[in-house]
Design a protein around this ligand. Sequence first.
Ligand SMILES: *Cc1c(COP(=O)(O)O)cnc(C)c1O
Length: 454
Amino acid sequence: MDLSYWLDRAVTANENWSSSFGPYPEHPSLGVDTQRFGTAFEDLTERLKDNYPFFHPRYAGQMLKPPHPAAVVGYLSAMLINPNNHALDGGPATARMEREVVQQLATMFGYDTHLGHLTTSGTIANLEALFVARELHPDRGIAYSTEAHYTHGRMCKVLGMEGHPVPVDHQGRMDLDALEELLRTGRVGTVVLTAGTTALGAVEPIHEALELRERYGVRIHVDAAYGGFFTLLAGADGPEGLPEAPWRAIAQCDSIVIDPHKHGLQPYGCGAVLFRDPSVGRFYLHDSPYTYFTSEELHLGEISLECSRAGAAAAGLWLTFQLLPPTFEGLGQALAAGRRAAARWSRLIEESDFLELYQPPDLDIVTYFPVTRPSSFSQIDAASARIMQTGMTDAEDPVFLSTLRVGAQAMDARHPKITADADGARILRSVLMKPESEYYVDHLHARLEDLARS
Ligand SMILES: *Cc1c(COP(=O)(O)O)cnc(C)c1O
């Protein structure tokens, strides 16, 4: 896709639309000299070079990649108008786009009914879900696994609720026996299950947790900020197919968070929260002195904790979904490639004499560490840090990885033969979230073996 061609068309379309309102005098206060603009722009592009190449498959570190060109063009086209999706009057077109994409997300998860909206981030989306949880169970707290995103604990504090971290099993998924023991105390009103944990990409047993909902009268919230779009691969054939049960169970859960700015090809500033019961909209009611005059309908500002939100974010996602809809044949193909890459790499690591797999990947996050002699936590920690540093600074053929700190107990549960001479170790972690990783993973593996060997 020729990005500059479409960016040019976006600017032209905006100019044409603007000129239909007639000429008006420009104000000198906003004028800038072209030469000075040029110099400042040079400075900007120079400074932006201080970045890792998130777009390149040799970047196999954190959950980062550039948006799809469709998202860029959609975002820019709307940003030139700068609608505010707080209210219909702030931007009728992008408010409607927001409704459409949120409907598509709800359909993807199998929700028959929903109330939902885009948010600035997964953190804010989870805050909204926990806020509604508090309104429904004001006297009870929130349970989430110790592998849940750290912001759940933080948001419980913000909301003045009790947070209850629940231990995980040997694959980093919530231990349901421990959960049930906690639920028996009656202190929990809502359970958060993570569909794709941020560190390991582990999918927690949502289907099994659902059985506890009726028995203990709790709500179930699914944090699928990172993993949500993988539902498109549930039950698919081939190496990219995922076990169906946890993903299908999401349709029964009370609320869902998904981040289109992670696996939905969007620029930052695009999360989403969905509630299965639309009547929770009542908790958001407020009186605003700024009247909304064009609509009798509940508008998006009335079902969101945030006020101003970028209409451009809705336009970016809308245009992306027109071209790569959230279906197996659409966006699913991009996720399938990353999933195949992770499956292939983990097989190569299992066969390697120089690398060891920390645990088999559920999704597209591969966790591994160098084989060391002697084999101890402290040696693995030092070697992992060295490999990341050496890989990143190599002038010829750099690779960019991330490290993950794992505790002694977690390491021991998976690799009991390694000497526990420290309270944990850093290991290596690669999120293979670009489909191009599929074509690059053999090279990545060879590079990692080289680095681990030296
Ligand atoms: C990334 C992530 C979050 C936080 O989302 P932000 O968009 O970074 O605020 C929450 N939960 C999970 C599981 C995540 O992976």
